[in-house]
Design a protein around this ligand. Structure first.
Ligand code: FAD
Length: 383
């Protein structure tokens, strides 16, 4: 067994950490969270440092990294803010999808634009009546000459309102068949006539933002359909494992940051003439928090390693996603207890972890849906 990252991966981690420490100060994160402002500087730094390009092959302008490199980047970005990481994740996950499923012309068009930072990508599947049950989506795309016309409503689209964002939207192209056979993927600029966006007032992840989108007779050229007509479900599945494991790495990085905050506070905060961390009750709580994060991280790393070595890791990734997301929620909650009233105060950072964490057992497949999947892979029939 080998539990080591490569020398290059250690250097990658160090350089991301150093750059993020310089750029993403605690005050910067607090200000953006307060102002609900998109972290453009962080996104630009990801482009400038080659982090965005890392998971893409060299022939399309990438750096030829693998899923383990992505995991390192995801962890490090999320140590600053899981919310900020989702800006990176959106572009990378959608970009890899276009790479896998796009035509040579589509790859040649989109890859340079994405990897240079000229455009960003976001994904939009969910609708008011189609959450876990993606197939219930009602947004449609109808062919009209050399265009497609999209109509419908989407919701909860992360980062869709950012400057130069191209929404990777799934719509029904055949409503008469099962959704797995009648859904397609379209790339729609967020300023296309007929697209109306509204940034929603969410508990957390307030910078990259969560959007409601209305499509009112939105016309896109035929070459904006990626992966072939009625092949959207294949596009969704083809990237699922990489997306889930990179997000899970984000949970581990963010959860570790919450533990670090709590430990630092427990060392400094004095009550009854001594640091609160000298109370066994607090020290044990911190020990439990670190143990859970460590377990979540190793589940994630093993699953990522399996995927990087070309194995199917759906079971391991689903378990790591489930455990990792629940762990971030748990440690942010315990962290608030360690900080007392300061944890509950908007001027301290633990509340942001508490708010951001609460989304991760819901987004990218709820904990219940992960359990359904895991139980199914155990041979159980779950209704
Ligand atoms: C912050 C945030 C960002 C998001 N970003 C995006 C994005 O970028 N793009 C996008 O398309 N979507 C996005 N989503 C949407 C996300 O994918 C959905 O919220 C998720 O799929 C769940 O759908 P729902 O919220 O409608 O809940 P529902 O599916 O209505 O579920 C409600 C509850 O019922 C449970 N449940 C439902 N079905 C079952 C079942 N069969 N068995 C057991 N329990 C079940 C769920 O687990 C949950 O607890 C985001 C969500 C959040 C919170």
């Amino acid at each position: 067994m080998d539990f080591e990252f490569s020398e290059e991966q250690n250097i990658l981690r160090e350089s991301v950490r150093r750059r993020m420490d310089d750029l993403v100060t605690a005050e910067y994160v607090r200000r953006l969270d307060r102002e609900q402002a998109y972290p453009y500087e962080v996104y630009d730094a990801c482009v400038e440092m080659g982090l965005l390009q890392m998971p893409f092959p060299e022939e399309v302008g990438g750096l030829g990294g693998n899923v383990l490199d992505m995991v390192v980047i995801s962890e490090e970005l999320s140590r600053k803010s899981f919310d900020f990481f989702t800006a990176y994740g959106g572009s990378v996950f959608c970009g890899l999808n276009v790479l896998r499923n796009g035509s040579p012309e589509q790859r040649a068009y989109w890859m340079p634009r994405l990897l240079s930072g000229e455009v960003k990508f976001s994904v939009s599947m969910s609708e008011p009546d189609a959450g876990s049950d993606v197939g219930a989506m009602r947004t449609t795309a109808r062919r009209d000459g050399d265009h497609w016309v999209i109509n419908g409503q989407k919701v909860w689209a992360t980062g869709a309102g950012a400057k130069n964002n191209v929404i990777n939207v799934y719509a029904k192209t055949d409503t008469t068949v099962h959704y797995r056979k009648g859904m397609s993927l379209f790339l729609v600029d967020n300023d296309t006539p007929g697209v109306k966006l509204r940034k929603l007032d969410m508990l957390g992840r307030r910078c990259v933002g969560t959007y409601e989108i209305f499509f009112d007779n939105v016309r896109v050229p035929a070459d904006r359909l990626v992966g072939g007509e009625n092949n959207g479900w294949h596009c969704v599945l083809s990237g699922l494992q990489v997306e889930r494991i990179a997000s899970t790495a984000g949970y581990a990085g963010a959860a570790q940051a919450a533990v670090d905050l709590a430990v630092e506070y427990a060392r400094e905060r004095k009550q009854f003439g001594r640091p609160i961390g000298t109370n066994q009750a607090i020290a044990h709580m911190l020990a439990d928090m670190q143990t859970e994060v460590e377990a979540a991280r190793w589940m994630m790393l093993r699953a990522a390693w399996m995927l990087a070595s070309g194995r199917d890791a759906l079971r391991e990734i689903s378990m790591a996603k489930l455990f990792g997301s629940e762990t971030y929620v748990k440690v942010a909650n315990m962290g608030m207890q360690v900080l007392g009233a300061y944890g509950y105060n908007m001027e301290f950072d633990m509340q942001r972890h508490f708010r951001d964490a609460r989304s991760v057992t819901i987004g990218a497949g709820t904990s219940q849906m992960q359990r359904n999947l895991i139980a199914g892979l155990m041979g159980l029939k779950v209704q």
